[in-house]
Design a binder for this molecule. Structure first.
Ligand SMILES: NC(=O)C1=CN([C@@H]2O[C@H](COP(=O)(O)OP(=O)(O)OC[C@H]3O[C@@H](n4cnc5c(N)ncnc54)[C@H](O)[C@@H]3O)[C@@H](O)[C@H]2O)C=CC1
Ligand SMILES: CC(=O)[C@H](N)C(=O)O
Length: 337
């Protein structure tokens, strides 16, 4: 392909889609990246390039976008995450299974490259928890995990049977200051920064010692671009573990105390998300991703904490220094963060 690929991003208004669209547009040109979701974009997002309202459950609507815009590649980010999925398993099953099947059929029928991320949540309680390999026991007990195993296997099947260029990475929890998380078990690792800067205290929904794999958004997006652009012949498998760092809530809180405030207070009130986290790996082995297409994350826990505090700090500094809002004014925090 000599011209820039034309890329469709589903779920473009979610936590990862927001940054992925910006990155793709910077690389391939605004007009070559079509953002889509079932929400209304803010005017500033709409201004940077094409946006279409498209439900991934509607095959014809997706196909029309592919035909109208001459799409070559699809980055499929529409999904219902782990905690939201346990709240509404029927919705998660529908979006994650039927939505993915639609996108996969589209890739088959129109010769598209398809990147659809998986997750550490595709592993389950009987999976080895440390240095979890790419190939191991996968018997998740969340609807999110079950739907992602289905996605991985079906993608591989379409590659084998129909030659679809399907690619996937099993992300750890992703931490970003730029867009809010969408209903996952690792959301605490974003929420904690907002709470630290706003109130200097946080009530964590996971236990103090729950160690999970994590990555900063910049590493996540760089790695996703690397896999998306890798030559077919470099890929020895279709689905890759990626790991950047791992920590527990108490370790994260200690770093926040060190870098932000020694008085930062955290209490632990585990809820239903603890049972989900308990089934996930503590660390993942990602040698194949490093060897095949150059996965090489640079943000460790300390870097993440410093970056999150630096990026979010100014917003809260201005909020905290504002005069008290009148009782009937809308919440400033909700508007700005
Ligand atoms: N954020 C994270 O920590 C991780 C994310 N992932 C995966 O990365 C992908 C993106 O995740 P996030 O951006 O965090 O999710 P998110 O929940 O922030 O965004 C998902 C987007 O999908 C859209 N969506 C939902 N139903 C739809 C439908 N029927 N049609 C079209 N769009 C629909 C939502 O409106 C939302 O904007 C997902 O596949 C997720 O499983 C995997 C591991 C970690
Ligand atoms: C790890 C994920 O897939 C996501 N962040 C979630 O917690 O559901």
């Amino acid at each position: 392909m000599t011209r820039s690929p034309r890329v469709l991003v589903t779920g473009s208004l979610g936590q990862l889609g927001t940054t992925m669209v910006e990155t793709l547009r910077a690389k391939f040109g605004n007009e070559n990246v079509v953002a889509s979701d079932i929400k209304k974009p803010a005017p500033e997002k709409r201004a940077t390039g094409p946006f279409v309202y498209a439900d991934v459950l509607n095959y014809r609507a997706l196909e029309q976008v592919v035909v109208d815009y001459g799409i070559d590649w699809v980055v499929h980010f529409s999904a219902i995450l782990s905690a939201a999925g346990e709240r509404n398993p029927a919705l998660a099953l529908n979006v994650n299974v039927n939505g993915f099947q639609n996108v996969l059929e589209l890739a088959k029928n129109h010769g598209l490259r398809l990147l659809s991320p998986s997750t550490m949540g595709a592993f389950g309680p009987t999976t080895p928890k440390d240095a979890t390999p790419d190939l191991t026991i996968m018997r998740p007990n969340t609807i999110y995990g079950i739907s992602k195993v289905h996605m991985e296997l079906l993608g591989e099947y379409y590659t084998e049977k129909y030659g679809v260029d399907f690619r996937s990475l099993r992300y750890p929890g992703i931490i970003s200051a730029d867009s809010p998380p969408g209903g996952g078990t690792t959301d605490y690792a974003v929420d904690i920064f907002h709470a630290a800067l706003k109130d200097n205290r946080y009530a964590c929904f996971l236990k103090h010692d729950t160690r999970l794999p994590m990555a900063y958004i910049d590493d996540c997006i760089v790695g996703t671009m690397q896999l998306l652009e890798a030559p077919q012949e470099a890929l020895t498998q279709r689905v890759y573990n990626v790991h950047a760092c791992d920590f527990s809530p108490e370790e994260l809180a200690a770093e926040i105390r060190r870098m932000h405030s020694p008085d930062f207070a955290i209490e632990y009130r585990p809820d239903f998300r603890q049972a989900i986290a308990d089934t996930w790996p503590r660390t993942m082995a990602d040698t194949a991703a490093r060897n095949d297409w150059g996965w090489n994350p640079i943000f460790g826990t300390t870097d993440i904490v410093r970056t999150m505090l630096d990026k979010l700090g100014p917003t809260y500094a201005s909020v905290n220094s504002s005069p008290p809002a009148p009782a009937d004014a809308p919440a400033v925090i909700a508007q700005q963060v």
